[in-house]
Design a protein around this ligand. Structure first.
Ligand SMILES: *Cc1c(COP(=O)(O)O)cnc(C)c1O
Length: 426
């Protein structure tokens, strides 16, 4: 891989986003390729957090209306700032809740089983929390998840076939809930196509975009997606457990949010303290509680930074980074004695921001050996190592180093020094 070092350096030199890396805190002596699980802190996010902390210190309750970005409107403002990243029209995006809570809240309103249409169509590869929420919501309607939850199967345990999903969109389906990018394999589903096909059959469709927001452009409004949610601690770099986003298409603004709470009230009248819930006619109507302003505050700096970079440029660089890894991979790491495979579709239109590398029997220990070498990927049972070179802060030289170290670990049998037991978080 020697002469590839010059290629990597040349790619870095020409990278229009290269200066953004300097705004991030990169842990010392670390190549961080786990931004699809927890993104890194930027100086910009830190600055907005410290400002809000100081506002609480100096303003007390007056911060709700007098802070630089008044806390009372913070969720709406951040929603507006973030809207271009996902193609949301005014009022369609709110910065509120957490991913799983938002799924419950959206499904509770959008899932209205009637007559023959009682089923939810989802897939067997989505993040477990999504499936738990769907099952819970079906039970809340007094129905049986074993009957009502249809899971599109995967032939290889890694990827889904959109046409198989479409073939399951029957007149018994009341609602569809799918991921944008599969968290394990990194496959990107064709959201526009799936939305069109769902709507031809009169079925509302929603997406969990936790693994694509901040890595890929979305056009929710143009595609006509009915509803969506995504977390902000992965590619959006909001910090652990940061507030999530909730999207509702404007055609549904009249719909009643059933997990109702006072922050979903028409804003100007919220403090009338009426006992009759009058929801905001926007995604804001889906808010439940007082927003956790401190935890949410990082998002202001973080989203501003991403807007400066531009989501189209972010996607372009992300594909170049993962494409470069695939180039280094083929012909070396897929041959004996290395024996890795790629579970991610290699077609750029079908892959998200990370690459899923599989190894037949040693993925767990190879992942540990990489961490011992200062490289942070992550492991997903049983055989997957996920590598996410993030456009905002990773370099081509780092990608090359990851490929090089993978090779050296096998050459030197470094992984054999580690235990076969998985830790609580891998
Ligand atoms: C990260 C992720 C979640 C996380 O849910 P939380 O409620 O934020 O813990 C849920 N679904 C998907 C698809 C994810 O990628």
């Amino acid at each position: 891989m020697k002469d590839t070092l010059n290629i990597a350096r040349e790619l870095d030199r020409k990278d229009p986003l290269k200066d953004f890396r300097q705004r991030f805190y990169i842990p010392d002596n670390t190549i961080y390729v786990d931004g699809n699980s927890l993104g890194l802190l930027s100086e910009d996010a830190e600055k907005s957090l410290l400002r809000v902390l100081n506002e609480w210190k100096t303003l007390g309750i007056r911060g709700w209306l007098s802070a630089e970005r008044p806390w009372f409107y913070f969720a709406e403002h951040i929603g507006e700032m973030t809207a271009p990243l996902v193609g949301a029209a005014p009022g369609e995006l709110i910065f509120s809740g957490t991913t799983t809570v938002n799924i419950h809240s959206l499904i509770s309103s959008f899932y209205q089983p009637k007559g023959k249409r009682t089923r939810i169509l989802a897939d067997e590869l989505n993040f477990p929390s999504d499936t738990y929420a769907l099952k819970g919501q079906i039970k809340q309607k007094g129905l049986d998840p074993d009957r009502e939850l249809l899971l599109a199967r995967s032939d290889n345990g890694k990827t889904l076939d959109e046409d198989r999903i479409v073939s399951m969109m029957t007149d018994e389906v009341a609602l569809i809930w799918l991921p944008s990018v599969l968290y394990a394999s990194g496959q990107l589903l064709d959201m526009e196509y799936l939305t069109q096909e769902a709507h031809k059959r009169g079925i509302p469709i929603g997406f969990d975009c936790s693994h694509s927001a901040g890595a890929i452009p979305h056009h929710f409004n143009r595609w006509g997606v009915d509803f969506a949610t995504f977390c902000s601690y992965k590619y959006l770099n909001g910090g652990p457990g940061c507030t999530a986003f909730l999207y509702v298409n404007e055609k549904h603004f009249g719909k009643e949010p059933l997990m109702a709470g006072w922050f979903g009230y028409v804003k100007e009248k919220q403090f009338d303290m009426s006992l009759d819930f009058e929801h905001a006619e926007s995604a804001g109507g889906w808010q439940i509680s007082s927003p956790g302003i401190l935890g949410a505050s990082t998002m202001e700096g973080s989203v501003q930074l991403m807007q400066d970079a531009g989501i189209e440029r972010i996607r372009k660089k992300s594909l170049q980074l993962t494409g470069f890894f695939l180039e280094l991979f083929h012909g070396t790491l897929d041959t004996p004695p290395y024996n890795f495979s790629i579970a991610t579709p290699e077609d750029p239109q079908r892959r998200g921001g990370h690459i899923a590398l599989t190894h037949p029997d040693e993925a767990l220990r190879i992942n540990e050996a990489m961490k011992a070498r200062g490289i942070i990927p992550d492991f997903r049972a049983p055989d997957t190592i996920r590598i996410a070179p993030v456009a905002m802060y990773n370099t081509f030289e780092e990608v090359r180093q990851v490929a090089e170290v993978l090779k050296e670990i096998i050459d030197n049998k470094e992984h054999l020094r580690f235990e076969k037991q998985r830790k609580a978080i891998s």
